[in-house]
Ligand binder design. Structure first.
Ligand code: IMP
Length: 192
């Protein structure tokens, strides 16, 4: 089956192709020459659907998109859907990490979760899948691998932060992997 993954991020595209397996021929937005798609919704589901809908409307193909947020309990679920620009428009991953460490200084409730929502448009119909990983926000950075909030997020039941894990380990247990596994199971049933 041919399917478009609405991302320009080649690392993500590779990670997701590996999860879904070779029975799907997945193309990313670079490969089809699609420009950046705005993400202006105020929910993860809204943003994921906005990207998938754009691809469907412009290219009329089966497609899926994802959106991820980090929800921190003591911050009433922030930064959530605004995780990419938590420290301001155009900020770096490190800016976001520093701001989070700052806001969480002295806070004892460190519970947080990563959520990924996938929106799929298949034969014109919409479907949603969610992957969630609970964990905690560290008081300082640990590890150098990965990206985003990886150095300060430790998943429940693990002794390492995402940034201390190998890419393979993280990509097996991550929020995005869980959402994509659900997508994979759905596609397998659908195409049976
Ligand atoms: P996106 O929806 O995948 O672009 O994710 C939005 C933002 O969430 C990113 O800019 C990162 O700051 C953060 N993020 C997403 N996935 C991860 C992850 O696996 N580890 C750490 N941070 C992430």
């Amino acid at each position: 089956m041919d399917i478009i993954f609405a991302t320009h991020n080649l690392n993500k595209a590779e990670e997701v192709s590996a999860i879904l397996g070779s029975q799907y021929h997945i193309k990313n937005l670079r490969e089809i020459g699609c420009p950046e798609i705005p993400e202006t919704a105020d929910t993860l589901q809204g943003n994921a659907l906005q990207k998938a809908q754009y691809v469907f409307d412009h290219y009329n193909v089966n497609c899926f998109a994802d959106d991820t947020g980090l929800e921190v309990e003591a911050l009433d679920g922030r930064p959530g859907v605004y995780s990419a620009r938590y420290a301001g428009e155009g900020c770096s991953y490190q800016d976001n990490v520093m701001k989070m460490l700052d806001e969480m200084r002295g806070v004892t409730n460190r519970k947080a979760c990563f959520k990924t929502v996938v929106a799929l448009i298949l034969d014109g119909k919409k479907y949603f899948f969610e992957g969630r990983v609970d964990g905690e926000i560290m008081t300082e950075q640990h590890g150098t691998d990965g990206f985003g909030y990886d150095p300060i997020f430790k998943p429940l039941g693990f002794r390492q932060t995402y940034a201390e894990m190998s890419a393979l380990s993280k990509n097996t247990i991550s929020h995005r992997a869980r959402a994509m596994q659900q997508l994979k199971m759905f596609l397998e049933e659908y195409t049976k």
